[in-house]
Design a protein around this ligand. Structure first.
Ligand code: ATP
Ligand code: MG
Length: 631
């Protein structure tokens, strides 16, 4: 079917459309009502239907594809690869579910999972889903404080952790962070279940509290645990947002709507069919990891690759060798990941047979055009930018090559996905804007299946954070966007990332794009610094590509000229600093507010989601040194 038809149907006849899509999954009892909107902005998809995510992801495939690979967990760090068929996955998940049951975990209980990208993370998630427990995976790179905040919010009956992770060949102990988090948290789960990888021989255990997964697994091996049939709108899991703009929110997902969104999107968007291979490089701790490393490919009967490690370790060819080895059809990564590779030699892309690779999807942050061009040329496959939020759980703006591939327009993640009624509106009046005018991207409720159903135990925060911005009841994405006549929408940054220069409102993102067109630029971050005369002026922090020999001063001059040529004098950066690293959140998003705080000596707010605090020192030093360009 063509995209236009598919999308139109989802908007004009949502109940008919989603009733059809609901056929893609197994229902224990069919839904009584496809869509209940009696209490907007809350909505209930497939009300009265009962189903189970684990059943749909695992059990349902046993007959037709029990011997097919379901999960390949590769660690480029330890060198260990684990290949599991659907039958083997079924066995591991049942065993894990039995262990959970033995610890008193049951339906509705929360389980915090603090694991890196290892197979056990997937077993644990699916085991929770099987018994109706609500998992909350916390990204393994988060420090103790972040973990403690999430523990106190989710109030888990159990914490699942490991001795250590690895990054770039270095062992990173997790257990001390777990101990510190439990020290700090007010809520103390009775047990910590430890998947001991044998990476940290110094690991200490708290008697009675800390349990060893391997020994429990041995006692319950071969157990079969019946699936718990859940009403479609019961919570399946919680996932906290990245915290780029403020305190993370506990995004709550349902069961039936999410399963249907996964089943539909894996085929219609990602073009993955039963038996195909999908490689998402995301961490299981992120929204992409939940949806496209675990639930969607498995619900779709595909093989999913899970990767622990960096894109450059042991060398920058590692991802492409995996694509060749497993015959990956669709790959999913982030612009950050590709930018890391872009700093390296392009020949790494050419060393492998990538004839099976059809699509590369990228999401998580704006995809700048130079990076998009570089990787498109390098791979020779369409690169599909797609826009979403932890809240949506799956792409909201994308192209859908699983239906038909529309023209890729660099700079835009494309067209609205099925079920998303989007508008670009004036931030003050709330009126819809004509094409090519910049405004706030909003979704008209009801939100499609798969999107958050509420904020965990805080319905009010759900309503006020997302629907409280305009006179009409609209979901605000809190992102700026511009839409052309054909519906192609471009994201221009977050609504709080706007600077006002002498009365002109400029998105920091537009200036970053412009700076990044300089061939020496690897990445740029722009913040608005207070200025007595103009209100605010743009300040640029840029990293350079490897092997650039041009003087930093000249590069900075060239960058400044580009901004003036492309955006006009008003956008002219007041200062340009060349740095070795930019401050990013653990999910690879630029933390502009931390830069601004350094520039203006103000309070940066919560910095606990920062990936590498060293990047801030780097910026501090640059500020002391003075700018490459400007006064
Ligand atoms: P918080 O909401 O806690 O501040 P966050 O918004 O960083 O954290 P996420 O849900 O991980 O948490 O990120 C979603 C945001 O990422 C989007 O709102 C958008 O700003 C950005 N984003 C994601 N994909 C794209 C994309 N393809 N193009 C541009 N921006 C994107
Ligand atoms: Mg957000």
């Amino acid at each position: 079917m063509r995209y236009e038809e598919f999308y139109q149907r989802s908007i004009e006849q949502p109940e008919v459309f989603w009733a059809e899509q609901a056929q893609r999954i197994h229902w224990h009892t069919p839904p009584q009502r496809i869509l209940d909107t009696s209490n907007l902005p809350f909505r209930r998809w497939f009300a009265g239907g009962t189903t189970n995510l684990c059943y749909n992801a695992v059990d349902r495939h046993l007959e037709a594809r029990g011997g097919q690979l379901a999960l390949v967990a590769i660690s480029a760090e330890t060198g260990v690869t684990r290949e599991l068929t659907y039958r083997e996955l079924h066995r591991e998940v049942n065993t894990f579910a039995a262990v959970l049951g033995s610890l008193g975990v049951g339906r509705g209980d929360r389980v915090v999972i603090y694991l890196p990208n290892i197979a056990e993370a997937v077993f644990a998630m699916l085991a929770c889903a099987r018994i109706g427990a609500i998992h909350s995976v916390v990204f393994g790179g988060f420090a103790a404080h972040n973990l403690a905040l999430r523990i106190d919010d989710a109030q888990p009956a159990l914490l699942i952790a490991t001795d250590a992770g690895m990054r770039g060949g270095k062992v990173i102990p997790y257990k001390p962070l777990v101990d510190a988090a439990l020290e700090e948290a007010t809520h103390k789960p009775p047990h910590v279940l430890i998947v001991d990888r044998g990476l940290d021989p110094q690991m200490t255990r708290v008697a009675d509290r800390d349990l060893d997964y391997a020994s429990l697994r041995a006692s319950y091996e071969g157990a079969e645990i019946p699936v718990e049939w859940l009403e479609s709108n019961e919570p399946s899991y919680l996932l906290y947002t990245s915290g780029t703009t403020g305190k993370p929110k506990g995004i709550q997902r349902d069961v039936g709507g999410y399963a249907v969104a996964m089943a539909m999107s894996i085929e219609a968007i990602f073009d993955i069919h039963p038996g195909d291979v999908m490689f998402s490089t995301s961490d299981v701790g992120w929204a992409v990891g939940h949806s496209y490393n675990v639930y969607a490919p498995l619900i779709g009967g595909a093989t999913s690759l899970l990767y622990e490690g960096l894109p450059t370790h042991p060398d920058p060819g590692i991802w492409w060798r995996l694509c060749e080895r497993y015959g990956v059809r669709t790959m999913f990564s982030s612009p950050t990941g590709i930018r890391v590779l872009k700093k390296q030699d392009a020949s790494w892309l050419k060393k492998c047979d990538l004839s099976k690779l059809k699509w590369l999807f990228l999401a998580g942050e704006p995809l700048d055009e130079p990076t998009a061009h570089w990787i498109t040329e390098g791979l020779g496959v369409p690169v599909i930018d797609n826009y979403w939020q932890t809240e949506t759980g799956w792409p909201a703006l994308t192209l859908m090559p699983g239906l038909d591939l529309k023209e890729v327009k660099f700079g835009s993640p494309g067209l609205p996905a099925p079920g998303y009624r989007m508008k670009v509106i004036d931030e003050v009046t709330g009126d819809e804007l004509p094409p090519n005018q910049k405004g706030v991207l909003v979704f008209v409720p009801p939100l499609p299946p798969g999107c958050l159903s509420t904020v965990w135990r805080d319905d009010e925060r759900y309503v006020t954070s997302y629907f409280g911005h305009f006179k009409e009841l609209l979901y605000s994405s809190l992102d700026w966007a511009i839409r052309d006549e054909n519906g192609y929408t471009t994201i221009l940054g977050r609504t709080d990332d706007v600077i006002n220069v002498a009365g002109h409102r400029l998105g920091t993102r537009e200036i970053e794009e412009s700076v990044a067109t300089h061939p020496a630029c690897a990445e740029a971050a722009v913040v608005g610094m207070q200025d007595e005369l103009k209100g605010q002026v743009p300040v640029v922090f840029a990293t350079l590509r490897q092997g650039v020999t041009e003087e930093a001063v000249d590069v900075a001059k060239g960058m400044q000229q580009r901004v003036v040529d492309q955006l006009g004098k008003v956008a002219r950066p007041a200062r340009i600093y060349v740095v070795n690293a930019l401050p990013k959140t653990r999910s690879g998003k630029l933390l502009r507010r931390s830069l601004l705080a350094l520039v203006q000596h103000t309070d940066p707010g919560d910095l606990s989601t920062l990936d590498d605090p060293g990047a801030l020192d780097e910026v501090r030093r640059a500020l002391e040194r003075g700018p490459e360009q400007g006064a």
